[in-house]
Each structure stands twice: as C-alpha cells, then as structure tokens.
Ligand binder design. Structure first.
Ligand code: CDP
Length: 211
C-alpha cells in the first residue's frame, strides 16, 4: 500500500496551489504541482516551434522530451536539460496553449505515470485537475477548491499575470480525456469568502480527524 495521497483539484486561479503547498507543509508531506508538469511540456513544445494543436507532432516530441521531474526539498520541480523551470511556466503563451497540450491523452498518460511515482515512496499533497478522479481515484482525501469566477479573475490579475482563466476552464472541462470535474466523493471548498489560513485549517483538520 502506498503512503497517503491528498488530492486537491479545482479550476484556474482558485488558490489551490497556495493552499496545497501550506497543507503539505503542515502535514510534512511532499507538495506536487501537476500544472507545472503540463506547463513544462507546453513551454518545451513552443520552444521547438511546434503548434500545440498538431497532436501528431506533440506525440512525436514526447519520445525525446528532455524534461525531468524531481524535488527541491519537499516541493516538486520540473527540469529541462538539468535546468529548473520557473518563470517560463507562467508566460502568457504557455497560459494560452496549455489546455490544448493537456487534452492530448498521450501527454496525460506520461505525466500521470510520473505523478504516481512520487507517491510510491512518500506521502504527497498533489494539486491539479484530475488528481481525485484519475491519478488517485482510491484516496479517501479529495478536496475540490473553487471560488467564484470574479474572485478568481481578480486573484490572477493581482499576480500581474495575463491569463484567460474562463477560457482555460472551458477547455479543461470540455476535453474528452480526464476533464475537470468534481469527484463524486470530493469535499467542495468554496474559497470566495475565506482567507488562505481558513481554507488550510479546514482541510488539515478534516485530514487529521480521519487519518
Ligand atoms: O494556474 P492554474 O493553477 O490555474 O493552473 P495550473 O494548475 O498551473 O494548470 C495549468 C493547466 O494545466 C490547466 O489549465 C490544465 O489545462 C492543465 N492541467 C491538467 O490538465 N491536469 C492537471 N492535473 C493539472 C493541470
């Protein structure tokens, strides 16, 4: 049996990265940002001049993609040819194209395998879109973190980032493979009216009561 896995899913700019990182710190678990993995494939494809909607070219690229997935302390990292990727991952062109790349089943299969590998040796808090539905469907710890579209747009703007979050959510929810949906057994946490600390406390208390 694997160590515990905490699944944190939700739409764009719902604050799930921030809360997932703090929950991981409180529990002493490793924090895994799966969005960064999809973003890294997108960034690399764009670097290579590949059109993200050219599925055949993206699939071909996967055979030799020089990305590796590791950790820095207890936080996941993505590297390209040994260099840690950071600001590259939130470029506007990555935001605009990541949903197309993430809709390709072969991309998802590759990354889901890597995501599950983290949990074979250690407990994880993993955030994304399909963690409770696809990556760890059997975990009893599933949280769907959301907020009103207005609040989410304001949060992203406050970060100074250009990001069509409504468009990304539409594409992520409509795709055939592992769409963004609430797992039947997930706890929905609407963060519109809550502080980060309140969200973290609510989820950590629930986990500690049940673990
Ligand atoms: O910036 P934000 O937190 O909204 O998104 P993210 O978690 O960095 O994810 C970026 C994009 O990657 C999403 O819009 C999805 O298209 C894709 N993604 C996915 O398909 N499955 C995941 N588990 C995580 C991200």
């Amino acid at each position: 049996m694997n160590p515990p896995a905490i699944a944190i899913d939700g739409p764009a700019a719902s604050g799930k990265s921030t809360v997932a990182k703090l929950i991981a710190r409180e529990l002493g678990y490793t924090f895994i940002n799966t969005g960064a993995m999809y973003r890294a494939v997108t960034w690399y494809a764009l670097q290579q001049g590949i059109n993200p909607s050219d599925t055949a070219a993206v699939k071909e690229l996967l055979k030799s993609i020089p990305l590796s997935f590791g950790k820095n302390g207890s936080v996941s990292t993505v590297m390209c040819n040994g260099k840690v990727l950071d600001e590259e991952l939130t470029l506007a062109e990555v935001n605009d194209n990541v949903s197309a790349i993430a809709a390709i089943p072969e991309v998802r299969a590759l990354l889901v395998t890597k995501q599950r590998e983290y949990n074979t040796t250690e407990p994880v808090v993993m955030e994304g879109r399909d963690i409770g539905t696809v990556v760890f469907p059997d975990t009893p710890f599933k949280y769907f973190v959301t907020a009103s579209e207005e609040v989410r747009a304001a949060r992203r703007a406050a970060q100074g980032l250009t990001d069509s979050i409504a468009e990304r959510d539409r594409k992520d929810s409509a795709r055939a493979c592992a769409p963004l949906t609430v797992a039947a057994d997930a706890t929905v946490v609407d963060t519109s009216e809550l502080t980060i600390e309140q969200v973290v406390e609510k989820i950590v208390t629930d986990i500690k009561n049940r673990i």
